[in-house]
Design a binder for this molecule. Structure first.
Ligand code: NAD
Length: 250
C-alpha cells in the first residue's frame, strides 16, 4: 500500500457514481485516511451512506471564501497536516451546456469559472499551510478543454482555464515539494454530466472512440488519482494525464 498513513482531502463526492468516490475508494485501498468535503447538507446525506463511522466529513461550499476557510480550519484542528488534495468539483448552469457559446451570459460564464476553475486556486490557498512536503494535488478535467465537444460549451472553456491553473500552481508549489496535476477523464455517467444537453450522446461518443469500445470507470480514474497523489509520481509536475481509455487518440 503506497499511501499508508497518508491523510488526503477529497472534494466532490455526490454519490457512489462520483469520480471523487472512485478516487476516495482507490486512495483508501492504498492505505490512506480520507477527509471528505461536501457542498451542502443534501450531499452530506449521500456521503454518509458511503462512508464508515469515524471518517471526517467537512462542509465546504467552494462558492464561498468563508466556507473554504472554515473547512480547512476544521481540518487543521481535527486532523493537522495532510498529504494530498483531490479536487473533483465543477458546475455550470444548464443553459450554458446547450446551444451556442456566443449566447453564454456574463453571469453564467462567471459562475462556471468560479466553481469549476477558481475554486482550485481558492482551496489550494487554504490547503497550502497544511500540506506536507511530498503532497500531491489532483484535479479533474475533460477533453472538451481542447476540442469543441457538442454542448460541453461553457464547461470546456472552464476546463481550459482549470488546466492553465494546474500549470501555474504546479510552478508555484514545486519548491515546497507539493505537486499539482490534472486527470483528463473520459466521459462517465455522473450527476454532473447529466447537466449537459444530450449527455447520452456525449458518453456514447466517448465510449465509441475508445480502442476497445469500453468507457473508462471511476475505479480506473481513482487508481490513476492515487498514483498522482502519491510520491510514486514524483517526476510528474503540472501535467494533465489522460485517463480516458484512449479516447484522445482519434
Ligand atoms: P458529480 O456530480 O458526482 O460531482 C460533482 C461534484 O461537484 C458534486 O459533489 C458537487 O457537490 C460538487 N460541487 C458543485 N458545486 C459545488 C460547490 N459550490 N461547492 C462544493 N462542491 C460543489 O460529477 P463528476 O462527474 O464526478 O464530477 C467530478 C469532476 O470530474 C468535475 O470536475 C467534472 O467536471 C470532472 N469530469 C467529469 C467527467 C465525466 O464524464 N463525468 C469527465 C471528466 C471530468
Amino acid at each position: 500500500m503506497f499511501l499508508a498513513n497518508k491523510k488526503i482531502v477529497v472534494m466532490g463526492v455526490a454519490n457512489k457514481k462520483s469520480i471523487a468516490w472512485g478516487c476516495a475508494s482507490a486512495l483508501k485501498n492504498q492505505g490512506a485516511e480520507i477527509i471528505y468535503t461536501y457542498q451542502n447538507e443534501r450531499m452530506k446525506k449521500q456521503i454518509l451512506k458511503l462512508t464508515d463511522e469515524g471518517e471526517l466529513l467537512v462542509e465546504c461550499d467552494v462558492a464561498s471564501d468563508e466556507s473554504i476557510a472554515a473547512a480547512f480550519k476544521e481540518i487543521e484542528e481535527k486532523i493537522g497536516k495532510i498529504d494530498g488534495l483531490v479536487h473533483a468539483v465543477a458546475f455550470a448552469n444548464k443553459e450554458e451546456l446547450d446551444g451556442n457559446v456566443s449566447d453564454i451570459s456574463r453571469s453564467g460564464y462567471a459562475l462556471a469559472q468560479d466553481i469549476s476553475s477558481y475554486s482550485l486556486l481558492a482551496v489550494t490557498h487554504h490547503a497550502k499551510p497544511l500540506l506536507n512536503p511530498g503532497s500531491g494535488i489532483v484535479t479533474m478535467t475533460y477533453l472538451g478543454s481542447e476540442r469543441a465537444i457538442p454542448n460541453y460549451n461553457m464547461m470546456g472553456i472552464a476546463k481550459a482555464s482549470l488546466e492553465a491553473a494546474v500549470r501555474y500552481l504546479a510552478a508555484e508549489l514545486a519548491s515546497e515539494k507539493i505537486r499539482v496535476n490534472g486527470i483528463s477523464a473520459g466521459a462517465i455517467k455522473t450527476l454532473a454530466v447529466t447537466g449537459v444537453k444530450n449527455y447520452d450522446q456525449l458518453i456514447k461518443m466517448s465510449d465509441d472512440r475508445t480502442p476497445d469500445k469500453i468507457g473508462v470507470t471511476i475505479e480506473e480514474v481513482g487508481n490513476a488519482c492515487a498514483f498522482l497523489v502519491s510520491e510514486l509520481s514524483a517526476g510528474i509536475i503540472g501535467d494533465i494525464i489522460y485517463v480516458d481509455k484512449g479516447v484522445h487518440l482519434t
